[in-house]
Ligand binder design. Structure first.
Ligand SMILES: NC(=O)c1ccc[n+]([C@@H]2O[C@H](COP(=O)([O-])OP(=O)(O)OC[C@H]3O[C@@H](n4cnc5c(N)ncnc54)[C@H](O)[C@@H]3O)[C@@H](O)[C@H]2O)c1
Length: 402
């Protein structure tokens, strides 16, 4: 037992510790927010699903909505740090424990593995578990966001870069000073060289997703009609230099090409489908690391307020399409579009107006900064309504047992 009071300590958008009770509450709230689907009647026929990146952001939303709405059983994979004497576990550690508990209460067999999804060892472990516990796999959602990937064949480690391609990018950006006061600045990012582009594609492109599908297909574990989706982003022209036209965008283009190739392969192999799912902007640990995205997301919320579509609502829609409750609808590039609420001409024009005029003095009126600040803190379990942060809390929470 190691109960203690946890006070937030942060450098920018990164917090050193996470609050277990806050993380648990947020997962419970997300579960409760999910509209019921066909889950109840399924029992033994429940679809078997693998969610890679299940502890945070869109992958967490995939796991929670899959369990609560669809009644999936299966496996979640993520890469989180355990609590130690000095530090709490990572937020994803506690969110996974909370998700597992909710799955258990709902009677769904869901196993959670902690380790490097990019490794062949993890693929083998998951394949063994599917074979022994579930027989076959119906669905795979791939939602990994990582700064590095070690190629299991060569042992080479690639690092992703967040840079423009072809020219220097100047972007407006939002930071908070030590007292939490917002500051709108301009940052200049030099263009990536060829090696940085290639390395970013190696980390965030489609190679590892394809390796997962090939591995599971090789073990003959894909069910007839198997469907898989990997998450992608298009985003606004305002962030295009650094995002969609930049290194990470090149990786997303590779991911989308991979989807089209996999789709053709799976069609022949098992009547299956592979798509990318274009999701809207959300505050996550990965997205806040991208220059300009904090400002953009804060302004987007300023324009849309509660009309922003939550990750859980988007993932509910994705599950409906992957499981055949609704038809799988893609754009010309094979992408399921769950981001249309963000990219309407009207919304983009309103955000662009604010983006151009925002200064340190006006930002509080133009962007929803309270929402943004709370959203960042909630990534670590802080600023969650109903949690008493002065009370000691157990940090030594075990990883859920299989
Ligand atoms: N956040 C957004 O605004 C946004 C919008 C559209 C699409 N997306 C896409 O959604 C996907 C997930 O992004 P996110 O923002 O939810 O990220 P996130 O940082 O919230 O979550 C990343 C997840 O990946 C896991 N992970 C990281 N490295 C791993 C590894 N080596 N092995 C196993 N698991 C690992 C983490 O444990 C975590 O569960 C990405 O493809 C991203 O581009 C994000």
């Amino acid at each position: 037992m190691s109960e203690r009071t946890i006070t937030p300590r942060n450098r920018g958008f990164l917090f050193l510790d996470a609050h277990p009770a806050g993380c648990t509450r947020l997962v419970n709230d997300m579960w409760r927010s999910v509209a019921a689907g066909p889950a109840e009647a399924l029992g033994e026929d429940a679809p078997v699903a693998l969610v890679i990146g299940s502890s945070a952001g869109y992958g967490l939303a995939a796991a929670v909505t899959g369990l609560a709405r669809v009644g999936i059983r299966g496996i979640g994979v993520s890469f989180e740090k355990a609590p130690t004497e000095r530090r709490t576990g990572t937020a994803g550690w506690y969110r996974t424990a909370a998700t597992a508990e909710l799955a258990r209460e709902a009677g769904r067999e869901m196993l959670f593995l902690n380790g490097d999804a990019f490794s062949d060892g993890m693929k083998e472990q998951v394949a063994d578990l599917i074979e022994q516990r579930f027989g076959r796999l119906d669905h795979l959602i791939y939602s990994v966001a990582a700064p590095r990937r070690t190629d299991p064949e060569t042992g080479v480690t690639y690092a992703s870069a967040l840079k423009p391609i072809g020219g220097t990018a100047r972007t407006r950006t939002l930071v908070f000073d030590e007292d939490g006061k917002p500051d709108v600045r301009e940052v200049t990012t030099d263009p990536a060289d060829e090696d940085e582009i290639a390395q970013t594609i190696a980390v965030m492109g489609g190679t590892d997703w394809e390796r997962w599908v090939s591995h599971l297909a090789g073990r003959r574990l894909l069910a007839d009609g198997f469907t898989t989706a990997a998450l992608t982003y298009i985003g606004s022209p305002l962030t295009a230099d650094i995002y969609r036209q930049g290194t990470i965008g090149a990786a997303k283009t590779h991911l989308e090409q991979t989807a089209r190739a996999l789709d053709a392969r799976l069609g022949e192999l098992c009547g299956g489908r592979a798509v990318t799912s274009v999701n809207g902007a959300a505050v996550t640990q990965s997205s806040t690391a991208i220059p300009g995205i904090a400002l953009y997301t804060g302004l987007l919320r300023g324009v849309l307020g509660g009309r922003m579509v939550s990750p859980a609502d988007q993932l509910s829609q994705l599950w409906d399409q992957l499981t055949g409750v609704r038809p799988l609808v893609t754009d010309d590039e094979g992408r399921v579009r769950l981001d249309t609420w963000e990219l309407t001409a009207e919304v983009q024009a309103a955000v662009a107006d604010r983006w151009r005029t925002a200064t340190t003095d006006t930002i509080t009126d133009l962007a929803d900064l309270d929402w943004f600040r709370d959203s960042v803190r909630q990534l670590y379990g802080f600023s969650v309504p109903g949690i008493d942060y002065s009370a000691p809390v157990e940090t030594d929470v075990p990883w859920p047992a299989g």
